[in-house]
Design a protein around this ligand. Sequence first.
Ligand SMILES: [Zn+2]
Length: 274
Amino acid sequence: MKVYISADLEGIAGVTHAEHTMRDGKEHERARVLMTEEVNAAISGAIEAGATEIVVNDSHGTMRNIIPERLHKDAYLISGTPKPLSMMEGIDDSFDAAMFIGYHAACGTQNAVLDHTYAGRVVSAAIINGMELGETGINAAVAGYFGVPVVMVSGDTAVASQARDLIPGVVTVVVKQGIGRYAARSLHPEKAQAVIKEAARKALGSLGSVGCFRVRPPVCLELHMNNTGMADIAELIPGVERIAPRAIRFVSEDYLTVFKAMRAAITLAGETLQ
Ligand SMILES: [Zn+2]
């Protein structure tokens, strides 16, 4: 059994602030350890469930957060950025299941720790075929494109609820309850790791009960941005249509083409912040 893990940082137990998540934050080094240990817990659970190959993709910020020498020896680590599929780099149709560790709710979710969608300073909403999606949905649809079900998602209460709304049967692990954007009531890290390990084992032990989350073609992305200057520059991408002062639209038959166009638009729009 081949298992794919995408790991983010905002949904790790104990993490509540940019001091944890930004590379130069005072708490970042500690947050990296906590992230690595939650991923290790998922790996241990996967191995107990019979996983024979595990690929972990570091999916936060610089994508160089997981500490290689502390990662479980039986997993491959993809780190660094940019990479073609970003938070889902390395996924393909050879995998039996995917798990999301340390995930967070979509931009605009109340009482959700560090809620955002791909780039908090750029994106105010990503709407795909009429569904407002966060990273859980956007990335689960990349897995679904390859026929891979997302069987487990860990993070705060809000991301767990968004995951269950999109993916019937998904196992969710709540490691903290958001009290606001920058506050949470969290499990102790060791407790969070124990729950993640058990959930991973359980989720992979009942493969087949979770379906793939797929976005059917034609795929229509509406990307709402924080200001008009961002849409000015995103509009330069061939095929992109300006639909509002701060919003663009991109349509394709192919989900991955839309996913890549979204990333290009976000990256270009982010240039206005330099
Ligand atoms: Zn994220």
